[in-house]
Design a protein around this ligand. Structure first.
Ligand code: MOS
Length: 762
């Protein structure tokens, strides 16, 4: 794979994961790895109808089976309280498990068998007999569902809806010389994180609960579990040291975790509950199917005058979830007359939720495909069309961009893919039996920040440490936070001990919404700066030391020592500086936004809307930007689409760690490739049964599908935070499916508006 030199010296050092060795040697302990004394296992039983009621559950045979300790159902499960603390909009699955006999979706957890071994629990689960009554034919697909405007559906729907308007879109559309009107659809998408979701739960007495669960947000999980079981929040401990992928599926804590906790209470032992891969498809949220209607009005060259974006997505009758594709259209381009309308269809399906750039991923497929259609109609190069509609400030909020190197991203990506080789005429470049095409799309993702805390210190031994609840779900938080502290404290990142993902540490933003690095980075930076001051001050006051009595301005930190700047060989190592500080060493806890900490984190009012507000709070509108390019080859006889090359050029501000950031982008772009060509949940409309709910039949890209991917970073430090960074992660998937669809159009002259892209020769 080709690599480019890092474009700006301001980026951080390309650093290998500090947790990498632990991960590849098996020392990293994931939630299900521990085997505590007396461990019991729980296995779930799922409903086999989509809508109706449980008539009876016969658990006698299961209870009589060897090793079975208990069977929990709605008839005997301990009662749970309602959780007020779910992040609004993240996902459904608010329903408490085993609450009553109602069945809301096929696969809903209706019983759990707890036994001394996994085998005994599985066997027991196979013996549970369930009968149903009042079974009703389900509404199972967006195409057959009753689609309603969210704005007409009551308070919750209004709060989640992102309907908005500016100017006069209808009249502007009516008078536009060029009009594009098209409908784009995306299917149901499912999480495929490497680590299936798993909970290990145990109690100390009646009122202290500990849970090990791979989580993107232990803060939120702690709140929800405390609510559910009527506990004080500090009596619930969440541990999430290593997580095998999140992508939205671990923002919430789900019913299976509650079941593990209630099972542990009932049998008086630690209980481990690991979802099977098929259960993961139904129990942790997924991206709902979407249908988006785009109407674009433009002048003869393709300069936009109107854009109307109507989105609809499926949701569960049990839990409202919006997937607003309009996030990709409301601010990216200069269009004075704009409207977004969001709708949902309530179905008898498991609750959808956040997944891989919710909103932007399907939204960018529709918007960036429609712009390609407009470019073709106007006879304008698709990249030139983006430049024609480039906008120098946020047309949605009216605020200037904090920084926007989008033109630079277009230029760098075009150069790398060889855009100038693109033939304007579709179906005009052929190699053997394949048609070749190039396509592009804009990528964008907001930069949200959320108040966070971190403790940074120096131990008795002189080691720098960082502690926070923020989680590393694989994206590199351990390493990124080590880099931030190391830079301020003058040590190598490999010498920083980073401890994360445990509610014993200070509170943090979620590892979601691409917000953690800037949110937690801010706190780690603030703590490290204060700590450095304290170290310098202590060094000056250390009796008999070479630094005693020196001016503050004459001191600095180098290689784990406080030194005299004019003679850096003169100094005191950190261990000596903190030697007077007692067992715990010296540490500083820093709150990134004290007022918001008390107002938002301290209350239960976290909402996705709060995150969105933060992104445009203050004087500027803060987003990461990028350009996606793809080259495809389409087999003439078979219609098979292969992606031959992908280039993503991104402005994510200053890059803390170019090595792991590049990996995140490759991951996101690979997910975009999967979205474009492979991923689709297929549903039997008669039964609401997901027919490909496992990794054998739900297709995700494997190595043989993934071509050379080139990642370029073109950003400069963003003025919105001390570290100069913007969101990295979710932007990687945005625009990819459109770039590939647009390349297929360029290759073949066929416009595909339905994902996954499929060409049939008939
Ligand atoms: Mo992301 S879908 O908010 O983890």
């Amino acid at each position: 794979m080709k690599t480019h030199p890092v474009a700006h010296l301001t980026h951080g050092p390309a650093t290998s994961r500090i947790d990498g060795i632990a991960k590849v040697t098996g020392r990293a302990d994931y939630s299900a790895d521990a085997v505590p004394e007396g461990l019991a296992h729980a296995v779930l039983v799922g409903a086999t109808i989509a809508r109706g009621k449980i008539a009876s559950i016969d658990t006698a045979a299961a209870l009589a089976a060897p090793g079975v300790l208990a069977v929990l159902t709605h008839a005997n499960a301990p009662k749970m309280k309602k959780a007020a603390a779910f992040p609004l909009g993240a996902s459904g699955h608010r329903r408490r498990p085993f609450l009553d006999e109602e069945i809301h979706y096929r696969g809903q957890h209706i019983a759990a068998v707890v036994a001394v071994s996994l085998e005994a629990a599985r066997h027991g689960a196979s013996l549970v007999r369930v009968t149903y009554r009042d079974e009703t034919p389900p509404a199972a697909t967006l195409a057959t569902g009753d689609v309603q405007r969210m704005a007409s559906m009551g308070f919750m729907a209004k709060a989640l809806s992102e309907d908005t308007q500016r100017g006069e879109p209808d009249s502007a559309l009516a008078s536009a010389p060029l009009v594009i009107e098209a409908v784009y659809t995306t299917p149901r998408h499912y999480h495929a994180a490497m680590e299936p979701h798993a909970t290990l739960a145990w109690w100390e007495g009646e009122d202290r609960l500990s849970v090990r669960e791979g989580s993107q947000w232990v803060d939120g999980a702690q709140d929800v579990l405390a609510n559910w079981f009527g506990l004080k929040r500090d009596d619930v401990r969440l541990i999430s040291s290593f997580v095998g992928g999140g992508f939205g599926s671990r923002v919430n804590i789900y019913p299976h975790a509650a079941i593990a906790a209630m099972a542990s209470r009932v049998v008086g032992r630690p209980v481990k509950l690991v979802l099977s891969r098929s259960q993961v498809f139904l129990a942790v949220g997924n991206r709902p199917a979407t249908r988006q209607r785009l109407r674009l009005g433009a002048d003869a060259q393709g300069k936009l005058s109107a854009l109307i974006h109507e989105t609809a997505n499926e949701t569960s009758r049990d839990a409202l979830y919006g997937e607003p594709g309009s996030r990709s259209s409301h601010a990216t381009y200069a269009v004075a007359n704009y409207r977004a309308e969001n709708s949902v269809a309530e179905l008898d399906i498991s609750p959808p939720g956040w997944m891989r750039a919710p909103g932007e991923a399907p939204g960018s497929f529709a918007v960036e495909s429609a712009l390609d259609e407009l470019a073709a109609k106007a006879g304008t190069d698709p990249l030139a069309l983006r430049l024609l509609n480039h906008v120098d400030s946020d047309p949605h909020s009216g605020k200037p961009w904090s920084s926007r190197k989008l033109k630079e991203a277009y230029a760098a990506g075009a150069e790398a893919i060889g855009w100038s080789r693109r033939s304007a005429e579709p179906r005009s470049r052929r190699e053997g039996h394949e048609w070749i095409g190039l396509g592009m799309a804009t990528a964008s993702y907001p930069t949200r920040s959320f108040p966070s805390e971190a403790r940074v210190g120096v131990s008795r031994e002189g080691r720098v440490f960082v502690e926070s609840r923020g989680v590393d779900i694989g994206q590199g938080t351990y390493t990124a936070m080590a880099i931030v502290a190391a830079e301020v404290l003058g040590v190598s990142p490999s010498l920083v001990d980073v401890r994360l993902g445990d509610t014993r540490y200070p509170r943090s933003a979620m590892a979601g919404g691409s917000m953690l690095s800037q949110s937690l980075g801010d706190a780690v930076h603030g703590a490290a700066v204060e700590l450095r001051e304290k170290l310098l001050d202590l060094a000056r006051r250390t009796k008999g030391s070479s630094l005693q009595g020196k001016e503050r301005a004459a001191l600095g930190v180098r290689d784990g020592r406080v030194v005299s700047l004019d003679a850096p060989t003169v100094g005191l190592d950190f261990a000596a500086v903190v030697s007077t500080q007692g067992e715990a060493g010296l540490s500083v806890t820093y709150h990134s936004l004290p007022t918001m900490v008390s107002r938002i984190i301290g209350s239960k009012a976290f909402t996705s809307a709060a995150g969105v507000r933060v992104q445009t709070a203050g004087d500027s509108s803060i987003h990461s930007w990028g350009a996606q390019f793809a080259e495809v080859a389409v087999d003439e006889e078979l219609g098979i689409i292969r992606v031959r090359r992908m280039v993503g050029a991104f402005d994510c501000g200053r890059i803390l760690n170019p090595k792991t950031a590049r990996s995140q982008m490759i991951g996101g772009m690979t997910m975009g490739l999967g979205m474009a060509l492979l991923e689709a949940g297929h549903v039997d409309p008669r039964t609401a049964q997901l027919v490909n709910g496992d990794l054998g039949e739900y297709l995700v890209p494997v190595h043989a599908d993934v071509p050379e991917i080139e990642v370029l970073f073109v950003g400069e430090p963003d003025p919105s935070n001390a570290l100069g960074i913007k969101s990295v992660g979710e932007i990687g998937i945005t625009g990819v499916a459109a770039a590939i669809a647009n390349a297929v159009y360029n290759a073949t002259g066929r416009r595909l508006r339905e994902l996954p892209l499929q060409l049939r020769t008939s």
